[in-house]
Design a protein around this ligand. Structure first.
Ligand code: SF4
Length: 183
């Protein structure tokens, strides 16, 4: 299954080279699939911030979450400075995708993508409690999630043809996503 997904992912890459190694690394780190997309297809919307502010207990509790993370407006500007991105999907577990995205960012950086920047999912859990009055204790690993920056994860995944749906019960096995900005 993983091999099949990997082949599918690689077949969608435009050219061979460092990108292949980044996709392979994503799969080694436990991704279910990873697809190269154009940065301009990443969907950013103001309503995403609304969901963080009214509905998520993480608002203001982590340096990687709003109001500390980039606003949707800022994120749209940042995306304009990138040509491509890797959308990484993992079925069933978000802690590992959070931890692995910064490792993937480092791999991409060393492969020559000097602007590589990872956006995982969910709140940062590297510290038991985040002291938002002090600088981050793990700046090399801590990254804001896609949704914390106003990225519409559903819209972005669907436009890439990737599976995503609302989890209706605790037994549902959701898909989690991370985005690696590349150039
Ligand atoms: S690594 Fe620690 S200090 Fe940095 S954002 Fe995460 S929880 Fe906060």
């Amino acid at each position: 299954m993983v091999l099949k997904e990997m082949k599918r992912s690689i077949s969608r890459v435009d050219s061979p080279g460092p990108m292949d190694s980044i996709i392979q690394k994503a799969m080694e780190l436990g991704a279910t699939s990873a697809v190269k997309i154009k940065a301009e297809t990443v969907v950013v919307a103001n309503w995403v911030r609304l969901k963080c502010q009214y509905g998520c207990g993480g608002w203001g509790r982590s340096l990687t979450c709003p109001p500390y993370s980039p606003t949707p407006e800022k994120m749209a500007e940042i995306l304009g400075e990138y040509s491509s991105a890797l959308l990484v999907q993992r079925a069933g577990s978000w802690p590992s995708i959070r931890e692995n995205m910064s490792e993937l960012e480092r791999h991409a950086f060393l492969a020559g993508y000097y602007k590589a920047f990872a956006l995982p999912s969910g709140p940062c859990r590297l510290c038991d409690e985040c002291n938002t009055k002090e600088p981050c204790k793990h700046p090399r690993e801590a990254r804001p999630s896609m949704e914390a920056c106003g990225i519409d994860v559903f819209g972005t995944a669907r436009s890439a043809g990737m599976p995503i749906k609302v989890a209706m019960t605790k037994d549902d096995r959701p898909n989690f996503y991370g985005l690696l900005l590349l150039e």
